[in-house]
Design a protein around this ligand. Structure first.
Ligand code: HEC
Ligand code: HEC
Ligand code: HEC
Ligand code: HEC
Length: 346
């Protein structure tokens, strides 16, 4: 999505979006706020993808065929990368945290933080220092010999260690969005970095990123089930709205960044309204209620974050409370396989 494409260049424009009205009042008030993108990473707890490859061999091969893997060597050498870095006054992208947290996996070794890979296993499943052993050791027994209680405890312990597991749809989605929206005004306006990807969770997770290979011993890379796709679609749309509102909250000047993010938030609100119309739930209704009071103004970070927090709470509740079986009404809205991003491995 480039800002130039967006028609919203006039300062005051009101769009009626289904039941809700979102005001775009981009008042140029100026003022600079530093804003970093991705969530704080615990570099000392990162073990690196080689550790995972010990056991997850086929999954590692699938990852090695993705843009996430390739960006480690390609981005720092690309003309565009060097130009963005130059405009931001950055000498080495692999050691500058502004680029590092979104493009690489970094690890702390002997007090030094070093980038060791592109976007890798722990970028999505969380740094593994506190859960690596717990999740994989079958409670000290052989595979198949644990009691149901031991299995349950192993997963509780792994999650307590920070592991993000496949069933945690909200956390997984939040994690994708911590990189796929760029909530950094200066990086977009002055660095001319992309303001973020035209991201959608089903289409962006079922193509090259797909690696549902483990529980069938690598025999097939399974597509998400229809129920699972509904969950990815709806929770993804909720997080899109949550994170685009936060992104608007970082806008301080009426320029590319503010306009693109406001437009993004409007599209997300519209999609949410359509989803709620198809599958009305207490959570979708609560989210629409929050959106009604939202003003997409400049320098409105506190109010937009508060709205985003409420949307996030509903999204998490939705993620924990549904399994997709009651959501067939959204099937017509879910992108089909022709929209999947990149080539499915192998
Ligand atoms: C010593 C072998 C081993 C290593 C090393 C290992 N895993 Fe696993 N992993 C397993 C086993 C075994 C399971 C399945 C456990 C089961 O069936 O209950 C698993 C399951 C998983 C799952 C699925 C969890 C779920 O909810 O079903 C994820 C995600 C995962 N591992 C990620 C990783 C990541 C990321 C790394 C590296 C940081 C890693 N693993 C390293 C053995 C390993
Ligand atoms: C908030 C996370 C985030 C930050 C911070 C960030 N990037 Fe990116 N970058 C992305 C994403 C996501 C894409 C893919 C965008 C798309 O889909 O259009 C991307 C794309 C790029 C591209 C084009 C594709 C490629 O990999 O060659 C370059 C070049 C790039 N970024 C360089 C940088 C540099 C240099 C920095 C630091 C000054 C940086 N990025 C900081 C998330 C980020
Ligand atoms: C871009 C984010 C991302 C990266 C990188 C990533 N994963 Fe995953 N992983 C996911 C998501 C999302 C799922 C859940 C997919 C679903 O169930 O719909 C998942 C599922 C899994 C599963 C369960 C698969 C099954 O058969 O059900 C395992 C095991 C796993 N990942 C291990 C890894 C390992 C090992 C790596 C690194 C080689 C890795 N992942 C890299 C996001 C990621
Ligand atoms: C740590 C940051 C980070 C996380 C987390 C992350 N991504 Fe990405 N992703 C990127 C960057 C940066 C690129 C661009 C790489 C490039 O093109 O060089 C990218 C590229 C992609 C691409 C390829 C896009 C293309 O243009 O072909 C897909 C698909 C993708 N990501 C999906 C996902 C999904 C799905 C998740 C969550 C399950 C996720 N990503 C999580 C940073 C991230």
């Amino acid at each position: 999505m480039s800002a130039a494409q967006h028609p919203l260049s006039s300062p005051l424009k009101t769009l009626a979006l289904a039941a809700l009205t979102v005001m775009i009042a981009l008042l140029a008030l100026g003022g600079v706020r530093a804003s970093l993108a991705a969530q704080p990473k615990d570099y000392a707890k990162v073990v690196g993808p080689k550790e995972c490859a010990e056991c997850h061999k086929v999954t590692t091969k699938a990852w090695q065929a993705t843009h996430h893997f390739a960006t480690f060597t390609e981005m720092p050498r690309s003309k565009e990368g060097l130009e963005i870095a130059d405009r931001m006054g950055i000498k080495r992208v692999k050691t500058d945290s502004l680029c590092m947290d979104c493009h690489f996996t970094s690890q702390e070794k002997a007090g030094q933080v070093e980038s060791v890979a592109g976007i890798s296993c722990e970028s999505c499943h969380a740094p593994a220092g506190d859960w690596l052993k717990r999740h994989s050791e079958y409670s000290g027994k052989k595979k198949g010999q644990e009691t149901p209680q031991e299995i349950a405890k192993r997963w509780v312990d792994s999650e307590a260690g920070g592991m993000i597991r496949p069933h945690m749809t909200y956390k997984l989605a939040k994690n994708c969005y911590s990189c796929h929206i760029t909530p950094n005004e200066k990086l977009v306006n002055e660095g001319k970095h992309s303001p973020g990807s035209p991201f959608e969770l089903v289409s962006w997770s079922q193509g090259e990123v797909r690696h549902k290979l483990w529980y069938n011993d690598g025999k097939a890379n399974l597509e998400a089930t229809p129920e699972r796709k509904r969950m990815l679609f709806v929770v993804g749309a909720m997080v899109e709205l949550e994170e685009s509102l936060r992104a608007v909250g970082h806008a301080t000047v009426k320029a590319d960044y503010a306009v693109t993010m406001a437009k993004r938030a409007q599209i997300a609100a519209k999609r949410m309204a359509a989803i709620a119309q198809a599958a009305n739930t207490p959570e979708t209704a609560a989210i629409l209620d929050v959106v009604k009071g939202v003003k997409l103004n400049l320098n409105n970070g506190a109010a937009l974050n508060a709205a985003a927090d409420k949307i996030g709470a509903s999204a998490r509740k939705f993620s924990d409370g549904y399994d997709g079986s009651t959501l067939a009404a959204v099937d017509g809205m879910i992108p089909g396989s022709d929209k999947y991003k990149g080539k499915v491995y192998p």
